[in-house]
Design a protein around this ligand. Structure first.
Ligand code: FAD
Length: 384
């Protein structure tokens, strides 16, 4: 039997970042079912940091995460910057102008650098788009590409350096509470191991409601949603120098996006199909949708698809993450529902979790940006 202060379930970005923050405060063990942390959603993202995406709670957590990302070289977290300039152009047709106005009004509250563009200015920035498909845009110059691997590995490495133990091939199969501590069982092949801790942190991504069920707790109503992505060569092929400097282009109502990725383009139909938690794979129909929607908007064709994948984005019913202690079980802490923003919000979310767990409060800098324990609390999703 191995004991610790905080037993974290799931070593994706949520569990890894929480392990990093909490290991400064106590002994942490991080349990991961797969042999490779990051195998699920964390390793399948589009790797974009954008402050205009998601609801108000997400935007606050994102903006509050930026100082951590910007300081990774100085702090020794990573050898090179984890964010590199990209810029995002949210585009809309005539009938989407109201959506652009809304996105601009919501985004400019915390991100004053964003700009509302007319059709000519948008097309000057994105000459690969069909002029009849662009009536205006919102330009976010400070949106960045993220090095997700470096961020995830930085968190795992940093947590280990602070004394945390990361245990892979360890699937949580049982969770009971007795005499003020949780007793967790994991299975590796035929071997069963037991772990004890006063706190369990549920960072199991798409499986978070299932982990709660192991403890006999009611679900939060989390829904994993499939999202598909491809990388492809566009034709006519723009000069490499141009292509790699393109901004990310997103439809303002999220029906497609594309952005440069390793000398090619990464594209998605921005699908969000509810599914059961699993090792999700892409569907042919969604790949065809990606091609169709991108080709309708752009002057290039999708010539050769070089890579295709799908991942799960897991949402609470109100699209806000679930961060806080379970109101019905002592010592059970939720860190789930990261949706489509789990990488860019990880520093803010992990510091919020550590603050709530160790001092009962959201860190002051995040609270000043509007991060609020009540908005994130599990209570909001439990019917009385
Ligand atoms: C196509 C796509 C594009 C995206 N683009 C972006 C983007 O541009 N920017 C952004 O910020 N976010 C993006 N996201 C969202 C982001 O990837 C997720 O929000 C984030 O990875 C969720 O992290 P997580 O740690 O909660 O989940 P995961 O990475 O899935 O980790 C959960 C872990 O828990 C483990 N686990 C589950 N059950 C158990 C158990 N019983 N015992 C032990 N371990 C268990 C799993 O094996 C898994 O490794 C995108 C997602 C997709 C799919």
């Amino acid at each position: 039997m191995t004991s610790c202060d905080f037993l974290i379930i799931g070593a994706g970005i949520a569990g890894a970042s929480a392990a990093f923050e909490l290991s400064a405060q106590g002994r942490v063990i991080l349990l991961e079912r797969e042999s490779r942390p990051g195998y699920h959603s964390t390793g399948r993202s589009a790797a974009l940091y954008t402050e205009t995406y998601g609801n108000a709670a997400i935007r606050s957590l994102t903006v509050g995460s930026r100082p951590f990302f910007d300081a990774t070289v100085v702090s020794g977290f990573s050898e090179h910057p984890v964010l590199t300039p990209r810029g995002v152009l949210l585009v809309g047709r005539e009938e989407q102008l109201a959506s652009l106005d809304e996105a601009f009004a919501a985004g400019s509250r915390l991100t004053p650098t964003i700009r509302r563009l007319d059709a000519d200015a948008a097309l000057a920035m994105a000459p690969m788009l069909r002029p009849d498909q662009v009536a205006g845009a919102v330009w976010e110059p400070d949106a960045m590409d993220m090095d997700v691997h470096a961020i995830h590995q930085g968190y795992l490495r940093g947590a280990r350096a602070r004394g945390a133990e990361v245990v892979t091939d360890a699937e949580l199969t049982g969770l009971t509470r007795r005499d003020g501590v949780w007793r967790a069982e994991t299975r590796t092949g035929t071997e069963t191991r037991t772990w004890t801790a006063p706190w369990v942190v549920n960072a199991a991504g798409a499986w978070a409601d299932g982990v709660a069920a192991l403890a006999g707790l009611r679900p939060m109503g989390l829904t994993p949603k499939r999202r598909t992505a491809i990388t492809f060569d566009p034709t006519p092929i723009p000069a490499e120098a141009n292509l790699k400097d393109w901004p990310m282009v997103c439809d303002v109502d999220e029906s497609f996006y594309f952005k440069p990725e390793g000398g090619r383009l990464l594209g998605s139909p921005a699908d969000a199909t509810p599914v059961e938690p699993c090792d999700i794979q892409p569907e042919e129909l969604d790949i065809a949708l990606a091609v169709d929607r991108i080709e309708r908007a752009a002057l290039f064709k999708v010539r050769r698809i070089t890579h295709r994948w799908a991942g799960l984005r897991t949402f609470a019913p109100d699209m806000t993450p679930v961060v806080g202690p379970d109101p019905e079980a002592e010592g059970f802490f939720w860190l789930a529902g990261q949706g489509g923003y789990g990488i860019q919000t990880a520093p803010g979310m992990a510091r919020t979790a550590a603050g709530l767990l160790t001092s009962g409060a959201v860190p002051e800098d995040l609270a000043a940006l509007g991060v609020n324990a009540v908005d994130l609390a599990p209570e909001r999703l439990r019917a009385p």
